[in-house]
Design a binder for this molecule. Structure first.
Ligand code: ADP
Ligand code: ZN
Ligand code: ZN
Length: 842
């Protein structure tokens, strides 16, 4: 039997399965998805088995055998292996990268040399060396005859020659093994005696000199449950030595047990009961329940305004899914994975919930992951990568805030969790629920198109054509959406107010302080200091060819377009009103905090931004403090906009709505609308009515106006017009290719070669560009141009963009063009990074 193994080498050239013989004793154990150690280029490397076959494809004299099997339960199921193949095809990444993305970092093993005493050691007389001349020998013996070579090297730096000699003579054997980055945590646990009767008798028969040990036994008889050695020693104010002595007498037993690293250990989650659903929730629930009952793979877009009660729908559909003994995956944006969010799921499903996010230690993440793989968890609540949870029978996948760009991974593999969810759901016959108050245009457009075209005759078509739309347009309990006031900051400046707070926001904050209510202040940090804007008239510099803001480059004092490469001189006065108040816009949270303290003496402010939330648990600490009303204002960046639900928040202020509006990104308006809608949704969620004040230099911009009116549909209609006109997604799809290299000249020639090769191949395919034909099918090649960040880590960066529509084989064209570039080793001369359906153009 042979195994096809993808070896963990980060290179495209070796990214194919290699054949290895399965040793006799591992037949039946090695499966698709197994993690193995294999000899590769003189080393032992970790790899994943992606196939098992009777015979090798090519006749080879002697196939190397698998060196070791690393886990008795394969870390990947066969559907995940298949998924990795799909990801590698769709996102143009290596299979290794795709497989690695699916397992916790603890399992990214490293090779390790282990040296052991052999039988020859005796013959060789090594064992009779009693003096200190070979201290390392005693060390090996003390450690049971085998130690890591690295440990020996570290401990006995002077003995390298004698250790090497012993290995060469064969009196020490060396074996290379893969070691996990992190092991299961083991603790010593004390168990009560099995035979109580005998133990009691032994107790009364024993001498009084063993009083302390007797106390141990007495305690274990009175409390016959396992307890860790450390905890017992603490409880009895005794030493572990005493307890071990009691164990040696056979009174109690001490064994190593596994200890779960539980990130939420010691926290009580109050059990919650299902709420009586509102009419709107009930209708939505029934649609999803119907798909669950029939076990058909369907995708739903739950379009519910903020406060419409989406979470309760999630909880009750999950419950239904669990009743079928199927598991559920819930994805939440990293930033929104707050204790509040976790509490809602743990409160309903208790220990059956595993939690996965990047703020866990890698040990905690490993243990949560094993809880899933070993079937001890039924629900996972996690960030993007939780989509790879190794569940056996998935019934439901929920993606909350589906529009969030963080669902797209920015490094290889550059997958989108939404697409992976749809793929996994199809494999498992599961339902997918995409929830949002502001669905992404791509999702929404696909859902609308699906609705407009023929009725969904079968589930597969529904998946392909887009989600079924489930609207929840009103808040629970008929609460109104908060009133949003726009403040034109140009008028403030005219009125002589140069502060970052308008008079209206100032007044409103004062009022909240007097009433003892709370406020949330959002500083839209995206896009600081990068765009040019006139503070008198609101003018921003736009690219004449792209309808996108130009970016200011401080060094060259030039304005540039990142899409087409257009560049012009930065103006010193506003081209529109000739004011000299034209400058880049920027103010940090720290400055806002200082200004608050100056304007409102004694105000209690919690500032949440990257600086104040790096420490583990700090995020949680701030939110708990705010929830306990220990502060009047929660001030922060994007992280205060998501998912928070505090009853005393009656004011939300947005310091500057526009900072993200003019980013050189075709999604700038969409992002701004989403952010304003989300943050406005934090106000007045409970009894007290809420108010929102948005400060802007662009009160007439449709993203700002429609957000004011909570009018998603109006925003979408307007935005779609722009997208269609400029031919951007959802009217086309994009592939971004970034090339980088230290040598600019080589980079430029390679970039040009790639672009012309792409153009030739596109032309040869006969598809045509967006200029000709009816626009239903096209492929355009843009670039090469310098990347928005033209140099990073001493490497220059250039990019090409492929814009296409319809089934035109764009990825195949790209792969062929890349192959043309590559030398005999199969490696392109510069580093290439491919981003299919990019979220971040910046
Ligand atoms: P969303 O996620 O849609 O913004 P939430 O799920 O946070 O909204 O719900 C908003 C509020 O309404 C929460 O406080 C929640 O407990 C409450 N809620 C949800 N459903 C119901 C219901 N059926 N009956 C009463 N209260 C509900
Ligand atoms: Zn101006
Ligand atoms: Zn341009």
């Amino acid at each position: 039997m042979i195994a096809k193994v993808i070896v963990d080498v980060p290179s495209r050239a070796t990214d194919r399965p290699f054949d290895y013989a399965i040793p006799e004793d591992l037949i039946g154990w090695v499966e698709v998805g197994s993690r193995v150690g294999v000899p590769f280029g003189g080393r032992v490397l970790q790899g994943f088995v992606i196939g098992i076959a009777e015979f090798a494809d090519i006749e080879v004299k002697k196939l190397k055998p698998i060196a070791e099997l690393l886990d008795h339960l394969p870390p990947l199921s066969s559907d995940l292996v298949e998924l990795a193949q799909w990801i590698s095809d769709k996102y143009c990444c290596t299979l290794t990268a795709a497989l690695q993305a699916m397992i916790p970092s603890a399992l990214k093993g490293k090779a390790d040399s282990i040296v052991s005493l052999t039988e020859d050691s005796e013959v060789d007389g090594l064992n009779v060396v009693q003096d200190d001349s070979e201290p390392w020998l005693a060390f090996i013996r003390q450690n049971g005859g085998s130690v890591r070579l690295a440990a020996l090297q570290e401990r006995f730096p002077g003995s390298a020659a004698s250790i090497k000699a012993a290995i060469q003579r064969g009196t020490l054997s060396e074996q290379v093994k893969i070691r996990d980055r992190l092991a299961v945590r083991k603790v010593l646990t004390v168990f009560p005696p099995e035979d109580k009767q005998a133990a009691s008798e032994a107790l009364s028969a024993s001498s009084t000199r063993a009083a302390k040990q007797q106390e141990v036994l007495r305690y274990m008889l009175a409390n016959p449950v396992p307890i860790t050695l450390a905890a017992l020693a603490l409880e009895l104010s005794t030493t572990s030595g005493t307890i071990k002595a009691a164990a040696e007498k056979g009174w109690v037993a001490i064994r190593e047990t596994e200890q779960q690293r539980d990130p939420y250990a010691g926290r009580d989650f109050k059990q919650t009961e299902p709420l009586h659903l509102t009419e709107g929730q009930q209708a939505v629930y029934e649609e999803i329940a119907d798909a669950l009952d029939q076990e058909i793979s369907r995708v739903f877009l739950l379009h519910g305004v903020t406060g419409s009660g989406k979470t309760e729908v999630y909880l009750q559909t999950i419950e239904r899914c669990l009743n079928y003994e199927r598991q559920a995956i819930v994805l939440v944006p990293e930033i929104a994975l707050t204790p509040q969010m976790v509490e809602r799921f743990k409160g309903r499903f208790g220990d059956a919930v595993a939690v996965m996010h990047s703020r866990l230690s890698s040990g905690e993440r490993y243990d949560e992951w094993r809880k899933i793989r070993e079937g001890r968890a039924e629900v996972v609540v996690g960030a993007r990568s939780a989509i790879f949870s190794p569940f056996k029978r998935i019934g439901l996948i929920i993606i909350d805030e589906e529009h969030e760009s963080s669902y797209k991974q920015e490094e290889s593999p550059k997958y989108h969790a939404r697409d992976v969810a749809v793929w996994r759901a199809r494999q498992h016959g599961a339902a997918v629920v995409l929830g949002s108050a502001t669905p992404s245009l791509e999702t929404y457009a696909a859902a609308s198109a699906a609705r407009a075209s023929e009725p969904q005759s079968n589930a597969n078509a529904a998946v392909k054509r887009g989600a079924a739309l489930l609207p929840m347009p009103t808040r629970v309990g008929g609460r109104p959406l908060p009133k949003v006031h726009l403040v034109d900051m140009r008028d403030e400046l005219k009125g002589g107010n140069r502060s970052m707070f308008s008079r209206q926001l100032h007044e409103a904050l004062l009022q909240r302080l007097e009433r003892g209510e709370q406020s949330v202040l959002l500083l839209n940090r995206r896009g600081y200091s990068t765009f040019v804007m006139c503070r008198s008239c609101g003018y921003t510099a736009q690219c004449p060819h792209c309808d996108i803001s130009l970016t200011y480059h401080q060094k060259s004092k030039a304005l540039r377009c990142h899409y087409c490469g257009h560049a012009e001189q930065a103006p010193s006065a506003c081209p529109s009103c000739e004011s000299e108040h034209i400058r880049f816009f920027g103010t940090g949270t720290q400055r806002v905090e200082e200004e608050l303290a100056k304007l409102f003496p004694g105000i209690r402010v919690i500032r949440m931004d990257v600086d104040t939330t790096t420490e583990k648990g700090s995020h949680e600490k701030w939110l708990t403090m705010f929830g306990e009303r220990q502060a009047d204002v929660l001030l922060g960046t994007q992280m205060v906009a998501k998912g928070l639900d505090f009853p005393y928040v009656t004011l939300v202020g947005v310091i500057a709505a526009d900072t993200s509006l003019h980013l050189p990104d075709f999604r700038a308006a969409e992002k701004t609308f989403q952010l304003l809608t989300q943050v406005a949704g934090r106000a007045g969620r409970h009894e007290l009515p809420g108010e929102v004040i948005v400060q802007t230099y662009n009160p007439e911009h449709y993203a700002v106006i429609t957000a004011k009116h909570h009018d998603y549909d109006a925003f979408v209609q307007e935005e779609l017009k722009h997208r269609r006109f400029m031919s951007y997604p959802p009217y086309c799809r994009l592939i971004l290719v970034t090339l980088s290299h230290e040598q600019l000249a080589l980079l430029i020639t390679t970039g040009e070669k790639l672009a012309s090769s792409l153009r030739e191949l596109a032309q040869a395919s006969g598809v045509g560009s967006s200029d000709d034909g009816d626009g239903s099918r096209f492929i355009d090649i843009l670039g090469p141009v310098a990347s928005p960040i033209p140099r990073m880590k001493d490497r220059y960066r250039f990019q090409c963009m492929i814009k296409y529509r319809g089934n035109v084989g764009a990825i195949d064209i790209l792969k062929q063009a890349v192959a043309h570039l590559s030398g005999p080793q199969g490696q392109p001369p510069v580093q290439l990074s491919i981003d299919v359906d990019p979220q971040m153009i910046l």
